[in-house]
Design a protein around this ligand. Structure first.
Ligand code: GTP
Length: 410
C-alpha cells in the first residue's frame, strides 16, 4: 500500500506569487477551475492502494480546514489531513517530524509531492519503475531547455539503469538538462537515511558552531537527503515527457491553467464549456463556473478559466486567462494572457493584456530588463472604460483611469 505527502510550505514563502497570494495561499489558488492542490489529489486517486494523503505545511490550521472538508466530499476514497509544522522545518524536516503518521498502517512506499507544480502526474509509471530497482527513491525527472536548467535541481543519470549519479540543486553552471520535477516515491526505509542526515547535520554544526546559519535547523530533501542517496546509488529517476510546469510566480499560473485544461479535455471533457446555440462562442478548452454569466455574443478561449459569479458583457473577447470570482467585464472589452483578481471591474471597450508566455520562461527580457509577460490584476482593481493595461502587475484596490504599459502599479 501507498501513502502520499503534499508539501505546501507556509505563508512566508509565496512572495513571488504576489499580488495573488495576498488574498489566497498559493496551494488554494484556482487553476482550470480547481485549487492548485486539487489537481494533485485527483492524480493520487488513480494510484491503486493509496488511501491517505497528508498535507504538510506551516500555514495555520484554519487555512486548510475548509479545503480539507470540501476535498473529503470530492475525493471520498482518500483520507485527507492537514498536519502543521510548529515552525518551518524544511522540505524533509516535516516528513521526519511526522514520520509516525506516515508509517501508521505500514505502507511500503509513500509519495512526496511539491505543491508548487502542475503536472500530468505519471504516478503509476513511477510505481512501475520503482519496483524494477533496489533503490530507496524514484524521482520524476524531465528535460527542460538548456538555458533554463540551472534554475532547477539538476541530475545526471546513467541512461541504461536510470541510476542518479549526481544531484545538484540550482547549479552555478550547466551540468544537465534533466531536472527534478518535485515528485518522489520513497520506500519507508528512507527514514533511516533521514536520521543519518540529521545526525550528520548535528555533528557538523557542533564542530563549526560559529558557522551556524538559520537553515541549519531545517532538513532539506534535495541537499541533505537526495544527494547522499545518489552517492550511495540508492536514487533513481523516471524521466517523463508528459507535461510539467512550475507554479512559482503569479504569471506561471497561466501556462499551468492551459496545460490542465488540455488534460481535462482528454479525461473529462464534460467539465468544460461547449459552444451551444444561444451561448457564447467557445474556442479550445475553456472552464466556466456554473454561476458565471457570459453574454452569448462573447468569444472565449482557448485556455480560459472563468470563476464563480463572474459576468462577461456583450462582444467581450477573452483568451489565455484566469478570471477569478465575481469579476465584471464590460461590453466589447478584451482580456488576453492575464489573471484578473477577485471582484475586479473592467469597464467597456477596455483592453487588459499580457504577452504569450513561453513554456518554461514566464519572465520576458525587454531591452535587457526583465519585464512581466502576463498581466496580473490584484483583488478589487477597477479599470475604467477604454483604458489599456499591457504587461503590468497591478496591486489590489487600484483604480486605473488611464493606460499603462510594462509597469508595476502599487
Ligand atoms: P525555490 O522556491 O526556487 O527555492 O525552489 P524549489 O522548487 O526548490 O522550492 P522549495 O524547495 O523551497 O519548495 C518545494 C516545495 O516544498 C514547495 O511546494 C514548498 O511549498 C514546500 N516547502 C518548502 N519549504 C517547506 C517547509 O519548510 N515545510 C513544508 N511543509 N513545505 C515546504
Amino acid at each position: 500500500t501507498f501513502k502520499a505527502v503534499i508539501l505546501v510550505g507556509g505563508p512566508s514563502r509565496a512572495t513571488r506569487f504576489r499580488p495573488l497570494s495576498l488574498d489566497v495561499p498559493k496551494p488554494l489558488f484556482p487553476v482550470a477551475g480547481a485549487p492548485v492542490i486539487s489537481h494533485h489529489l485527483r492524480a493520487l486517486t488513480k494510484v491503486d492502494g493509496l488511501k491517505e494523503v497528508l498535507i504538510i505545511g506551516f500555514f495555520e490550521d484554519n487555512v486548510f480546514s475548509r479545503f480539507v472538508d470540501d476535498a473529503a466530499s470530492e475525493f471520498p476514497d482518500l483520507n485527507i489531513r492537514y498536519l502543521r509544522e510548529y515552525q518551518e522545518l524544511g522540505t524533509a524536516g516535516g516528513l521526519y517530524h511526522f514520520r509516525d503518521e506516515i508509517l501508521r498502517g505500514n505502507p511500503q512506499q509513500f509519495f512526496v509531492i511539491h505543491v508548487d507544480i502542475a503536472s500530468a502526474f505519471p504516478l503509476n509509471e513511477m510505481v512501475e519503475a520503482h519496483m524494477k530497482h533496489r533503490g530507496l527513491c524514484t524521482m520524476l525527472g524531465t528535460k527542460v531547455p538548456r538555458e533554463q536548467a540551472t534554475k532547477y535541481g539538476c541530475l545526471v543519470a546513467k541512461p541504461s539503469t536510470n541510476e542518479v549519479l549526481h544531484y545538484v540543486e540550482k547549479p552555478d553552471s550547466f551540468i544537465s538538462d534533466l531536472i527534478s520535477c518535485g515528485i518522489f516515491l520513497f520506500d519507508t526505509a528512507v527514514f533511516g537515511e533521514m536520521k543519518k542526515a540529521i545526525d550528520r547535520k548535528k555533528d557538523s554544526t557542533e564542530e563549526n558552531d560559529y558557522l551556524w546559519t538559520p537553515s541549519d535547523d531545517k532538513l532539506r530533501l534535495e541537499q541533505d537527503l537526495l544527494r547522499p542517496l545518489s552517492e550511495q546509488r540508492k536514487l533513481y529517476v523516471h524521466v517523463t515527457e508528459k507535461f510539467w510546469r512550475q507554479i512559482k510566480t503569479a504569471g506561471s499560473s497561466i501556462p499551468a491553467n492551459a496545460a490542465y485544461l488540455e488534460l481535462i479535455k482528454k479525461e473529462s471533457p464534460q467539465k468544460l464549456a461547449q459552444t451551444k446555440q444561444g451561448g457564447p462562442e467557445i474556442i479550445g478548452p475553456v472552464y466556466i463556473h456554473p454561476s458565471a454569466h457570459v453574454d452569448p455574443t462573447a468569444k472565449i478561449g482557448p485556455n480560459v478559466s472563468i470563476g464563480p459569479r463572474v459576468t462577461v458583457g456583450k462582444g467581450v473577447r477573452i483568451r489565455d486567462s484566469i478570471i477569478l470570482d465575481n469579476v465584471q467585464i464590460g461590453t466589447a472589452s478584451c482580456v488576453l494572457h492575464s489573471v484578473i483578481g477577485w471582484n475586479s471591474k473592467i469597464g467597456t471597450w477596455a483592453r487588459v493584456e499580457g504577452s504569450p508566455a513561453s513554456d518554461h520562461n514566464i519572465d520576458m527580457m525587454k531591452n535587457g530588463v526583465k519585464s512581466q509577460s502576463i498581466t496580473i490584476l490584484g483583488k478589487e482593481v477597477l479599470v475604467a472604460d477604454e483604458v489599456i493595461v499591457r504587461n503590468c502587475i497591478v496591486l489590489p484596490h487600484k483604480e486605473l483611469k488611464s493606460s499603462f504599459h510594462s509597469e508595476i502599479l502599487m
